[in-house]
Design a protein around this ligand. Structure first.
Ligand code: SF4
Length: 366
């Protein structure tokens, strides 16, 4: 199995003796079955056990509570599964790091107390930032609910709606009705104001065509705020581990347009791209994005609620809009000193064409 070869190349077994190893995953929700398959997790757990480490899998409390219905149990994985902040999210460490609307970041105690981290991520699209893999997995998945909510609210910190430029309720109604994705609505807390659901907005610009001049702006900075928040969050988690005590793995199977928390599985929008591993979180996410950049999105597999913008750039920008640049989070995290976007891709098991007359073994389709 290629994953085993990657674990060998990373010398994982030699590095975990006596370590308490948190394996951070996104265990998904409801009946979504396109998360990282338990077979992969078991191989990672076994490698840690072989090396004399004490592994546990961890994720948010709700996803852990329902994990068994998606095949994740202590029996299938080979180690316990713990909620990252305890069952009621009362076990966390607060980190002060002011950023836009956020003052305090609440990092789950189970990860903070571990001595070694394996960030085991599923590669997929994401409605907030275009893309999710290793950075996203720990940026959101290690923080408590109030912090995760505040991270999503960073989109709204810089003003984008200027009510004085649009006093006419009929005009506001027209703006709302112009969006085919219901991404722009009346603000529930402030009547007369409009509110953008940034996750649903693909920056198509239809609303701007009906909005009075200066009343509404759709600009990259609002979208990038979430990416920067992800980078800060990941850097806080990584700061709790000694150098050399983190490993990053990404599984590129069943690549969907949205997060695993959506709780369902549709058709994959991109072909499987394999397994990636690195000691560098910035390098691995950058390499995965570069690999995806060579692929073509299967438009027929996109949910009907989404539209493809073929000229928007990277495949994940084509799906989620040009301002959800998936390279921004690695860029911000590199600036925070947590890795490099420079990398060398090494194939641990290159394909070899058989010589003429050589026996070829295949496994027949079931
Ligand atoms: S830019 Fe497009 S998707 Fe975004 S709020 Fe406006 S109409 Fe909706």
């Amino acid at each position: 199995m290629k994953l085993d070869k990657i674990l060998d190349a990373l010398h994982l077994r030699d590095r975990v003796k006596g370590e308490t190893v948190a394996i951070k995953m996104h265990l998904g929700g409801n009946v979504g079955y396109s998360t990282v398959h338990p077979v992969f997790v078991r191989r990672v757990v076994q490698a840690v056990l072989d090396g004399g480490g004490k592994p546990f899998v961890t994720d948010l409390a709700g996803d852990v509570a329902s994990a068994a219905q998606r095949g994740y149990t202590a029996e299938t994985l080979g180690c316990p599964i713990y909620p990252v902040g305890g069952p009621d999210e009362k076990y966390y460490y607060a980190h002060k790091r002011p950023f836009k609307n956020i003052e305090e970041w609440r990092l789950g105690g189970m990860v903070a107390d571990a001595t070694f981290l394996i960030d085991l991520a599923h590669i997929k699209g994401h409605p907030s930032c275009g893309f999710g893999a290793c950075i996203k997995n720990i940026a959101l998945g290690c923080m408590m609910t109030p912090t995760r909510s505040a991270m999503h609210d960073t989109n709204h910190f810089d003003p984008y709606w200027f009510a004085d430029k649009c006093p006419d309720p009929a005009k506001r109604k027209a703006i709302i009705e112009s969006c085919p994705f219901d991404a722009i609505v009346e603000d529930r807390k402030k009547p007369g104001e409009l509110h953008i659901h940034y996750e649903m907005c693909n920056q198509c610009g239809r609303c701007l065509k009906v909005a009075p001049e200066g009343s509404l702006v759709i600009r990259p900075e609002n979208f990038w705020a979430f990416q920067e928040a992800c980078a800060i969050s990941a850097s806080i988690t990584l700061s709790t581990f000694q150098p050399g005590k983190t490993v990053f793995l990404s599984i590129g199977t069943q690549i969907h347009p949205v997060c695993d928390c959506f709780g369902f599985t549709g058709q994959a929008i991109l072909p499987d791209i394999g397994v990636f591993g690195s000691d560098d979180i910035v390098a691995i996410d950058t390499a995965v994005l570069d690999m995806v950049a060579k692929l073509k999105v299967d438009e027929n597999a996109l949910p009907l609620s989404m539209e493809l913008q073929p000229n928007a750039g990277h495949p994940f920008q084509q799906v989620h809009g040009p301002y959800k640049d998936p390279y921004k989070a690695p860029e911000y995290l590199e600036k925070l000193g947590c890795g490099t976007r420079e990398y060398e891709l090494v194939d641990v098991l290159p394909l070899k064409r058989p010589e003429r007359g050589e026996t070829v073994y295949i496994s027949a389709a079931q």
